[in-house]
Design a protein around this ligand. Structure first.
Ligand code: NDP
Length: 447
């Protein structure tokens, strides 16, 4: 790691104070490393323990969640909500329901969210939450009872001006509906702006389901254009086949690229003729099955069990499943096959070693903080619509999303250039987000 002695000491103290939180350490290390040029130019930002405050969550809530399955058996899970920074607005960030969730994972996601949300320019702070509950194979009734039990504690800590959760892995509009139903019952208020990612019937926004995937592809399109390329005729490989991957595939196809492989936790499917969205939707969203069911229905497709998709040759890699899912050997295999660009739909999906390989091979690289910010940006638009009891059209909201992603792209590029890191979107995103939040923290005084 390239850190100067002062930041190195801070990093060591973060590791010491937050033991066994590897993902959180990784996220902090990346940010401290890439904001170094800004700290060199503005040494006053080291004062008033600003960096120490930035690395310490404002609050962390952990709670027991007790629920019963369909046979009446009781289960105990752990719930989390971390409010990392409210310097720019109410805490904002999703809830993840997955067995791998622990405090370190939630803290890394909430920390990343600080810089991502600052990049949107929309006045939103940063938070994240979730549970180690595994929704896979659970009935609607079980998921509903879990969500109600989770919200029975969480409702004390959230609200439209305080903390506004949304979805993430394992939390889609079904779960948000159950969570909001319980919130409404407990508080006796239809405060639609307390949760985003809602169904349209209960105050959701058009384009919110599509926003993260569409936004990632809008960013990718701008990044390719900056290098004199386009998406037309390109081949793409994605990981994941959930909300982000599905809508990214749809937008890639619309803009002339062909997505030929995507994955889930069981393996990946390769369809050289181009992935079929109707079959993906039926298998993953309606039937909630694994991708072998896709290959059963599409003769041109092959299912590869237990493997990640990065050995399939492509121009574009779009990791959209989970953190640290694309490592060094995957990056070597992708670059050997002539990779042009990577856009992170997921949060921190590429390991630091993989990113180094991409940078050495001059592959255009869009970090998740910037590339997947379209989801939270559209959540902020949902909050605006809830506050004004208004509803914007699909075209209007999609236009706002496209403009936001292009603005984030251009800002990252310009900041990277200004800090002598040309073409480095990681530096551009981290420095822009950091300066925005740091200046707001200074304005707010020692809180
Ligand atoms: P979904 O739950 O809709 O989909 C997740 C997909 O990733 C599924 O295909 C799932 O497989 C797969 N997956 C999850 N965990 C693993 C794992 N450990 N190993 C292999 N595959 C895995 O989630 P989203 O699409 O919403 O989120 C995907 C990523 O995008 C996450 O990193 C999230 O933080 C990030 N993100 C999401 C936003 C949003 O608006 N939803 C906003 C910004 C970022 P299976 O179906 O088998 O479980």
């Amino acid at each position: 790691m390239r850190l100067n002695p002062a930041t190195e000491a801070l990093y060591e103290s973060v590791v010491g104070r937050n033991p066994a939180e590897a993902e959180f350490h990784q996220a902090v290390a990346e940010v401290l490393q890439s904001i170094q040029p800004a700290l060199d130019r503005r040494p006053e930002l080291r004062e008033a323990a600003l960096l120490e405050r930035l690395c310490e969550p404002e609050r962390q809530v952990m709670f027991r969640v007790v629920w019963t399955d369909d046979s009446g058996r009781a289960h105990v899970n752990r719930g989390f909500r971390v409010g990392f920074s409210s310097a720019l607005g109410p805490y904002k960030g999703g809830l993840r329901f997955h067995p791998s969730v622990n405090l370190g994972v939630v803290k890394f996601l909430a920390f990343e969210q600080i810089f991502k949300n600052a990049l949107t320019g929309l006045g939103i702070g940063a938070g994240k939450g979730g549970s180690d509950f595994n929704p896979a194979g659970r009935s609607d009734g079980e998921v509903m009872r879990f969500c109600q039990a989770y919200m029975t504690e969480l409702h004390r800590h959230i609200g439209p001006q305080t903390d506004v959760p949304a979805g993430d892995i394992g939390v889609g509009s079904r779960e948000i509906g159950y969570l909001f139903g319980q919130y409404k019952r407990l508080t006796n208020r239809f405060d639609a702006g307390t949760l985003t990612g809602k169904d349209l019937l209960i105050g959701g926004s058009l384009v919110r389901p599509e926003a993260t995937g569409f936004g990632t592809v809008y960013f990718l399109d701008a990044m390719l254009a900056a290098r004199g390329h386009s998406l037309e005729g390109r081949t793409a490989v994605l990981s994941g086949s959930g909300n982000v991957a599905y809508h990214a595939i749809a937008k890639l196809h619309e803009l002339g690229a062909t997505a030929v492989a995507c994955s889930d936790s069981s393996g990946y499917v390769h369809d050289p003729e181009g992935l079929r969205l109707d079959v993906l939707h039926e298998v993953k969203t309606v039937q909630r099955r694994k991708l072998d069911a896709y290959a059963e229905q599409v003769p041109s497709a092959t299912f590869v069990r237990g493997r990640v998709p990065w050995d399939v040759p492509c121009d574009i890699a779009l990791p959209a499943a989970t953190q640290n899912e694309l490592g060094e050997s995957d990056a070597i295999s992708l670059t050997k096959n002539g990779l042009l660009a990577v856009a992170e739909g997921a949060n921190m999906p590429c390991t630091p070693e993989a990113i180094r390989i991409f940078q050495e091979a001059d592959v255009a690289f869009a970090p998740g903080k910037a590339a997947n910010a379209g989801g939270v940006a559209t959540s902020a638009l949902e909050m605006q619509q809830n506050a004004s009891r208004d509803r914007w059209s699909f075209a209007e909201t999609d236009k706002r999303l496209g403009e936001t992603m292009r603005a984030i792209h251009d800002t990252c590029l310009a900041t990277a250039e200004a800090y002598e890191q040309p073409g480095d979107y990681i530096s551009g995103a981290n420095i822009t987000g950091f300066l925005t939040v740091a200046d707001a923290m200074t304005t707010l005084g020692l809180v």
